[in-house]
Each structure stands twice: as structure tokens, then as C-alpha cells.
Design a binder for this molecule. Structure first.
Ligand code: SF4
Ligand code: MG
Length: 327
């Protein structure tokens, strides 16, 4: 029984010393130059946090982010600035990240002007070129964001990111707010840009079907941990982790309803106090005793295919499908 005073004391203590949330837990992620990695998981699994850490927007409390072998947290001066420009993030809602009082020409031209990427007199030409690149009519440069559709606004956001010549884009749910047909158009645009500009992409989505056509490799996260990583075809044809398999089973439902899937059976547990052992065990139909006590390590099931599951044991056998569910 807690009386009011006690409750207030607890609240004060929590405010002073909030519970530590391990948003990311021993995550190792390698992205090769020119590669497109799709990062997938339910909301709250830590994928946005990972995207921000990788992009250098959020410091890693432990470990390091290496870019071309250099720890990005230790870069200084011109090198740090160059790294920041070379990595750009594109967010979900272009409306909230585009200043409504600025014309598109200013929005796209601001960063290259500030950073001296082109001489001031060439900014307008650069803006026109970028708008053309993302499939917008340069004649619309003097309009305001609200005069564009959602898909066009996302193109403006992409043009703004490209204006500083990045070679690495982190797309965080960049198309989640758009209609399915518009999503496909923006994905096609990113596929083309990736080729034309030799971009490296980390494409974050809660929706496995969305990353399929753009990613070379898919990485699946669950409660702050990477549970599976494999070439895209391998994920769709021969997923080994029960969580990935559950996500795959949800896909037909997304396509029919045209919007985001309900979560896999059961609630996603709190990241403040994640389940012991394998974080997925309370929701996993294949869980065995060891799953409740011991964390499965991420290890190769096949070359290039990493799985963190006590049943995906690296023997090359589809171990999961051979075991009977225990419940
Ligand atoms: Fe399921 Fe156990 Fe594999 Fe976790 S380790 S996914 S609980 S079988
Ligand atoms: Mg997110």
C-alpha cells in the first residue's frame, strides 16, 4: 500500500534518477560503402536511436561509431564538419521539418550557402538542379511547403539532404506517413539516387515489406538488440529468427489493409525492464528453458547470415522449422 507522501517521494526519486533505458544493447552493425541496409523492428525497438547514433547525432554511451576506420566522436574541426555534412538524416514527417515560412528555394539552398558548397550566385542553379534530380519541377522553387503534396514534400526533404553532397543517408521512417503508392515512388527515387550518386543508405522502417525493394541486406532489431541480419533475399526466403518469421507472416495483412501491421502476438515488453535471456521469449512459440535464462548471441548461421536464437544454431539446418512449438 502506498500513501500519497510515499508516492510523491518515489516520483521525486525517479525524476532525479530516472531508470536507465538501454536503448541499444551490444549492437554491432557494419555498413559497407555503397550498401543499402534495411533496419526493421517494431516501434520502440531502438532502431531510430541506432540511426541517430550511426549518424553521429547522438553519442554512444559505450562503444564507438567508426566511419572509414575513424571514431566519429573524436573528429575535430574541419574533419568533424565534413563528417556531419557527409551524413544526412531524412525523417518521417517532412512537414514538421520544413520551415513553413520559407520558400523551397531557401529550404534547399540554405545549407549549401551556409557551408560555402557553391558560390552564392550559383545557389539558385544548384537548387534547380537538385529539384530536377528528385523529380520536382524547378519552376516551383518559389512556392512554400504547404503548396506541395506529401510525396513532393518528402522529395524536398531529400533534395535538402542531398544539397550538401552527403555519401551516407539515414532514412528514418522516411515514407511511413505517405500513401502506399506514393511510398513506392519515393522508394524508386531513392533506388535511382543511390545508383546515380553512389550513396550508402541505412533505411529504417517498422515495415519489412517496405525495405524489400531497396535493401541489399536487412537487419532485424528487437528490444535494443539485433536478432537477425542477412541478404534481403535470404531474409524473405529463409528467415531463421522466430521474430523475423512472425514479421514476415504479418506482411500479407499490411498489403491488404494498406497500413501498418499490428504487433506480433503479445505486447512488446518495456525496454526499461526487458525479459531475461532472449528478450523475445515471452512471445516466442518455440521458447525452450534456456531461452528464459541465457541470452542468445548473434552468430553466423551461414556466411553473411547472422542469427541470435538458441535454435538457429549454425548447423545449416532450418532448425526452427524442425522443432515443435512448446506451447
Ligand atoms: Fe525463441 Fe528461444 Fe530463439 Fe529466443 S532464443 S527466438 S525464445 S527460440
Ligand atoms: Mg522511430
Amino acid at each position: 500500500k502506498t500513501d500519497m507522501a510515499e508516492r510523491l517521494a518515489i516520483r521525486a526519486r525517479l525524476a532525479k534518477d530516472p531508470p536507465v533505458v538501454h536503448a541499444l544493447d551490444e549492437v554491432t552493425l557494419e555498413i559497407a560503402r555503397g550498401e543499402v541496409v534495411g533496419l526493421v523492428g517494431e516501434s520502440g525497438c531502438g532502431k531510430s536511436t541506432l540511426g541517430r547514433v550511426v549518424a553521429g547525432m547522438l553519442p554512444a554511451t559505450e562503444g564507438a561509431v567508426l566511419r572509414d576506420g575513424k571514431d566519429i566522436a573524436r573528429l575535430k574541426g574541419a574533419e568533424a564538419r565534413a563528417m556531419r555534412l557527409a551524413t544526412q538524416i531524412i525523417f518521417q514527417d517532412p512537414m514538421s521539418s520544413l520551415n513553413p515560412r520559407k520558400k523551397v528555394a531557401e529550404i534547399i539552398g540554405e545549407a549549401p550557402r551556409l557551408h560555402g558548397i557553391v558560390p552564392r550566385r550559383d545557389t539558385a542553379a544548384l537548387v534547380g538542379q537538385l529539384m530536377g534530380l528528385v523529380g520536382l519541377d524547378p519552376a516551383m522553387a518559389n512556392r512554400y511547403p504547404h503548396q506541395f503534396s506529401g510525396g513532393q514534400r518528402q522529395r524536398i526533404g531529400i533534395a535538402r539532404a542531398l544539397a550538401v553532397n552527403p555519401d551516407f543517408l539515414v532514412c528514418d521512417e522516411s515514407i511511413a506517413a505517405l500513401d502506399v503508392s506514393i511510398q513506392a515512388q519515393v522508394i524508386n527515387l531513392l533506388v535511382r539516387l543511390r545508383q546515380e550518386l553512389s550513396l550508402t543508405l541505412l533505411f529504417i522502417s517498422h515495415d519489412l515489406s517496405v525495405v524489400r525493394y531497396i535493401s541489399d541486406r536487412v537487419v532485424i532489431m528487437y528490444l535494443g538488440r539485433i536478432v537477425e541480419s542477412a541478404p534481403t533475399a535470404q531474409i524473405f526466403d529463409a528467415a531463421r529468427h522466430p521474430y523475423t518469421q512472425a514479421l514476415l507472416e504479418e506482411i500479407p495483412r499490411i498489403d491488404r489493409r494498406g497500413h501498418r501491421f499490428s504487433t506480433v502476438k503479445g505486447e512488446i515488453p518495456s525496454p526499461v525492464n526487458p525479459p531475461s535471456g532472449c528478450h523475445f521469449h515471452p512471445r516466442c512459440p518455440f521458447a525452450i528453458d534456456i531461452c528464459r535464462t541465457t541470452r542468445p548471441t548473434l552468430r553466423p548461421a551461414q556466411p553473411g547470415h547472422m542469427v541470435a536464437c538458441h535454435l538457429g544454431d549454425g548447423t545449416g539446418q532450418p532448425a526452427i522449422n524442425n522443432k515443435k512449438p512448446t506451447q
